[in-house]
Design a protein around this ligand. Structure first.
Ligand SMILES: Cc1cc2nc3c(=O)[nH]c(=O)nc-3n(C[C@H](O)[C@H](O)[C@H](O)COP(=O)(O)OP(=O)(O)OC[C@H]3O[C@@H](n4cnc5c(N)ncnc54)[C@H](O)[C@@H]3O)c2cc1C
Length: 412
């Protein structure tokens, strides 16, 4: 076993949430190490929407221009019920309300930003054990061989290394090792759902509008002028691979997720769910299906070890809540860790982080009500409130502002 110099923070997981955590640590002059068991960034644009609040966080980290150039900003949101438009929501502020950008593009951008700060993601490094020995956390990390293209079994480590850090941020996804090692419980926030995704090229220019069908949850997001992402809730009996596995940039093309749509199935779903959609599909660029559990931890962590992103909560993919909540979490967490490392705040003060983030997550996952209706609220909006809240590309006060014209007020 080899040992390395002490770090202020070890980030476990280099998805969008973990890389943002490492970036914020570097910007706040903390020493940081970031590891990931996978061999590279995501190959596809899985999660595809950044909320206004997330754009602020990444903008402060110097990414505003890159995001504007690579993404598609949109403001208008059209809600439909059973194929009929029921509301057109326009945010009050003229600033971009949300940005469509693929997870693969975002991860590539974060990787470059980290490299500019001298932080390299250590791919093929898997956390296997962790123990808190105040004032530090000791960890064991396994170095993995490059994966063979057809690997299904867990790779065996080639080397085992020990390390220690003042804090550990577990941004290691839905099957979080950090969460398991800390024995942190999760509660259900609703029944699991299966979504099928389809990236479609079309023959005519797409309006910069997000369309959400509420009756049978469906979302249409423009990705560029002639390409859009469809997300369809489908029956859970789907025969396809529903694991949350993500293809990686270095995977052989043949190991990419199997396509779940053929053209006739895609056209049938479009006709059934979105009779209002006029552009004609010219090609299917990508498709996949995945099961989305709805879960929330009972605590985000304690003392020196904390969770963020999918490691802490799993939500419907429609509003891209889990990634955006995760980025807000690491923003709040790293600010407090800075104060902890500089001795300006006791570890106990991190308990308020836990309380704040549990409150926000409960309302976004529909466990606690965020909004209440008033006598101005139309019937369809009362019926669909929880679906609307989790499908909108916004959280907290932004949701309130967006839905105020429908007569919604803050729930007490
Ligand atoms: C087909 C598909 C479609 C999707 N569509 C959407 C969508 O439309 N909208 C949406 O919001 N979300 C979508 N998602 C989910 C989205 O990709 C996740 O919510 C997002 O990746 C979560 O980001 P994260 O940074 O929290 O975790 P992740 O991106 O999962 O990153 C966690 C990282 O931790 C690493 N890791 C795990 N264990 C260890 C360990 N022991 N040691 C070191 N590293 C470890 C993993 O390799 C991984 O890279 C989709 C997912 C799939 C599979």
């Amino acid at each position: 076993m080899r040992s390395r110099p002490h770090q202020d923070v070890l980030v476990v997981g280099a998805g969008p949430v973990g890389m943002t955590a490492a970036l914020l640590c570097a910007d706040r002059h903390l020493t940081v190490r970031i590891i990931d068991a996978a061999s590279a960034t995501a190959r596809h644009g899985y999660s595809s929407i950044l909320h206004a609040r997330t754009l602020d966080v990444l903008g402060e980290a110097g990414m505003a221009d890159d995001l504007r150039d690579a993404g598609l900003a949109f403001r208008d949101i059209v809600l439909h019920e059973s194929g009929e438009p029921v509301a057109h929501l326009t945010p009050p502020s003229p600033a971009p309300f949300a940005l469509a950008i693929g997870q693969d593009v975002l991860e590539g951008m974060l990787l470059r930003q980290l490299a500019r700060r001298g932080v390299q993601v250590e791919w093929s490094h898997r956390l296997s054990s962790l123990s808190v020995r105040d004032p530090r956390v000791e960890v064991v990390i396994e170095e993995l061989p490059p994966p063979p293209s057809n690997a299904t079994a867990l790779p065996r480590p080639t080397r085992t290394l020990t390390d220690h850090a003042s804090f550990v941020i577990g941004a290691d996804g839905h099957d979080s090792t950090v969460r398991r090692l800390l024995q942190m419980a999760q509660t259900s926030a609703g029944l699991p759902e299966v979504f099928a995704f389809l990236d479609l090229q079309v023959d005519s220019e797409l309006p910069r509008e997000l369309h959400i069908e509420l009756a049978v949850p469906t979302l249409c997001l423009p990705l560029d002028s002639h390409r859009c992402r469809w997300s369809f809730l489908v029956p859970s009996t789907s025969p396809h691979d529903l694991s949350r596995h993500k293809a990686r940039a270095e995977d052989a093309p043949c190991s990419a997720q199997a396509s779940v749509f053929d053209r006739p199935l895609a056209l049938r779903l479009l006709a059934e769910r979105a009779p209002w959609f006029r552009p004609v599909p010219t090609s299917l660029r990508w498709s996949a299906a995945a099961r989305f559990d709805r879960r929330l931890v009972t605590s985000f962590g304690k003392g020196r070890c904390w969770l963020a992103g999918d490691a802490a909560h799993l939500a419907s993919p429609l509003g891209s809540q889990s990634v955006n909540l995760g980025i807000a979490e690491v923003d709040a967490l790293v600010s407090r860790i800075v104060r902890g490392v500089r001795g300006k705040e006791a570890l106990g003060s991190l308990a308020s982080f836990d309380r704040d983030r549990l409150r926000v997550s409960r309302s976004m996952l529909g466990v606690a009500p965020l909004l209440a209706s008033s006598d101005r609220t139309p019937g369809w909006a009362r019926r669909q409130l929880s679906r609307v809240v989790c499908s909108l590309p916004a959280s907290g006060d932004d949701i309130l502002r967006l839905l105020a014209p429908l007569g919604f007020v803050r729930a007490d």
